[in-house]
Write a new protein. Structure first.
Lengths: 248, 308
């Protein structure tokens, strides 16, 4: 058996929850007045692995810990305990061009995004042609990104992410925008990516998208894996549980 | 996986070394970030980069007019003395104000993707540092121009060769404070207001508009108890940024006889030589501030994204 792309064992992430919801010096100075700190277990000890070439959908209702899981895999959070192993370069798909600066042109933003995803400037320059072509932005690449529509932002962001030669792609509810034509192109690209041995983990509330793309589904419930397996089986159980309103 | 999050590892030294290695691995991103900062700043302005030169020049011009002709400061080539301290202070001020916001403004990005978080404040400091170096270049051209207009003494002193040392000290001090402030401001947004008030006060507590000799004369006036005079002047020099500004002036420019007028009496004070011992202390403090700032930043950087 080959090395798994993602291996997670007993992963736990806890957050401090404050009830005021904002931080200030005053709050800190008056800590003795309201020490109502609680620990929230967003991810409560989960284990799973993803093989190269797999596309795994993660479903669950809001607050089940899906996004936290993705954040842990993207190394945004430090796990409270547990172990994870990622073999290969990880590319989180930045939703709607997070990390794009509105005043910079498309090309300037492509450079920044490419480098942040782990390429060198030289490598970005070599792929620039392909990235622009795939994104279908055309002459707009020289215009500031603030003039872009949300669809264009998504296309450019997606285009950078799939050109960085990552072997693990993390997607958080990002493919919802964009026209049908581009969505098809993305799905084709994702299929190619899988054939080359890339692994995808994607979080979505869109059951149809999950059905179409995922070869396996993990259903999360209050920080734990409720069910993990065949797409159709897990989705049916999930929809019957009443957690997900059917037809949403 | 490199830099495994679970490796709560070994000695502190090995830990710091691995953090530095990680930063080095991301050097390309740091540079890209600096370039981006510079691009954004002048994106929609016609004069672009010249603003970073024009701004201090106009400020100093106004100050010179006010101090020379309204307040009657009689120092030949006062503008040069003003610029020699004002330009380094501007770097200090702008770098701290920029970096204070650097983490907070990029929080949405931080929540999506990993990169060494220190890149943000370091990038802000470097972007402002490049402006400072450029402004210093223009300042030297100005000194040569003044010298060409009335050739006499040298345009600047030979001790100017020690300037890089001062610049390194100031870079350490600024970077250390920037790391500390940017981290703190992410949790407590009051910090940036404290910083801007602090910098405003510091401007007047440092020898920029006036000369250190005037501070010396004021402290050594007959009204001041004798026992306080020494310690008070030492305390003034213990402020590292003040001491560095004194250094900039004295290393570059000729000493000026300063006249202090007090209730009719004209007192001529002698020039104070550059106190290398105090400068050494300022340098040591600067390096310590950098070490402390870096250590504090690293100890809280994983908490930024978990900010309530």
């Amino acid at each position: 058996m080959t090395k798994p792309a993602i291996l997670v064992e007993g992963l736990v992430k806890e957050f401090d929850v404050t009830h005021t919801g904002y931080a200030s010096l005053k709050g800190k100075l008056l800590w003795w007045k309201s020490k109502r700190r609680e620990r929230l277990r967003a991810v409560a000890g989960i284990s799973f692995s993803v093989q190269p070439g797999e596309c795994v959908g993660v479903v669950g209702k809001n607050g089940a810990g899906k996004s936290t899981l993705l954040g842990l895999l993207a190394r945004v959070y430090k796990p409270t305990s547990g172990r994870m192993e990622l073999n290969g370069r990880v590319a989180p798909l930045l939703e709607l061009g997070a990390g794009f600066h509105p005043d910079l042109t498309g090309i300037e933003n492509v450079f920044f995004n490419g480098v942040i995803l782990g390429l060198t400037r030289k490598q970005v320059a070599e792929r620039l042609e392909q990235i622009i072509e795939f994104s279908e932005i055309g002459d707009y690449v020289d215009a500031p990104v603030r003039t872009y529509s949300s669809g264009m932002l998504l296309r450019l962001g997606f285009s950078v992410a799939v050109h960085v030669d990552a072997s693990i792609l993390l997607v958080d509810e990002a493919l919802a925008v964009g026209d049908i034509e581009f969505q098809r192109k993305c799905l084709r690209r994702i299929a190619e990516f899988q054939q080359r041995g890339g692994a995808i983990l994607f979080v979505s509330h869109d059951m149809e998208a999950v059905r179409r793309a995922a070869s396996r589904v993990i259903w999360m419930r209050s920080g734990c894996v409720e069910k993990d397996g065949n797409t159709e089986e897990v989705l049916r159980a999930y929809e019957q549980s009443g957690e997900h309103p059917v037809g949403d | 996986m490199r830099g495994s999050p679970n490796a709560v590892g070994g000695t502190t030294c090995a830990h710091v070394l691995s953090e530095l290695k990680e930063l080095y691995r991301y050097r390309e991103l740091l540079w890209t970030f600096v370039v981006r900062e510079l691009r954004i700043r002048y994106k929609n302005s016609v004069l672009g980069f010249f603003w970073s030169i024009l701004n201090p020049l106009v400020t100093v011009l106004v100050m010179t007019v006010v101090f020379k002709y309204v307040l009657g400061v009689r120092v030949p080539n006062y503008s040069a003395y003003l610029l020699a301290a004002y330009l380094p202070f501007m770097f200090f001020q702008l770098a701290l104000l920029d970096s204070a916001q650097s983490i907070l403004s990029q929080l949405p990005l931080l929540k999506k993707i990993y990169f060494p978080r220190e890149i943000l404040p370091i990038g802000s400091v470097i972007a402002n540092f490049l402006h400072f170096i450029l402004a210093m270049g223009v300042f030297f051209v100005y000194l040569l121009f003044v010298w060409w207009l009335n050739p006499g003494e040298n345009p600047f002193r030979a001790t100017v060769v020690a300037l890089p040392m001062l610049i390194v000290f100031q870079f350490c001090l600024t970077l250390g404070l920037a790391l500390f402030i940017s981290a703190l401001n992410t949790f407590y947004e009051d910090v940036k207001y404290l910083v801007s008030v602090g910098l405003y006060l510091l401007f007047f507590l440092c020898p920029i508009l006036y000369f250190v000799e005037q501070v010396y004369a004021a402290i050594h006036s007959p009204d001041m108890p004798q026992a306080w005079q020494g310690p008070l002047f030492t305390a003034y020099n213990l402020n590292p940024i003040a001491m560095l500004l004194i250094g900039y002036r004295k290393l570059m420019l000729d000493p000026q006889p300063i006249t202090v007028t007090r209730t009719g009496d004209v007192i001529e004070t002698h020039n104070l030589p550059l106190d290398w011992g105090m400068l050494g202390i300022a340098g040591a403090v600067s390096v310590l501030v950098l070490l402390f700032g870096y250590a504090y930043f690293n100890s809280v950087k994983w908490k930024f994204v978990e900010r309530p």
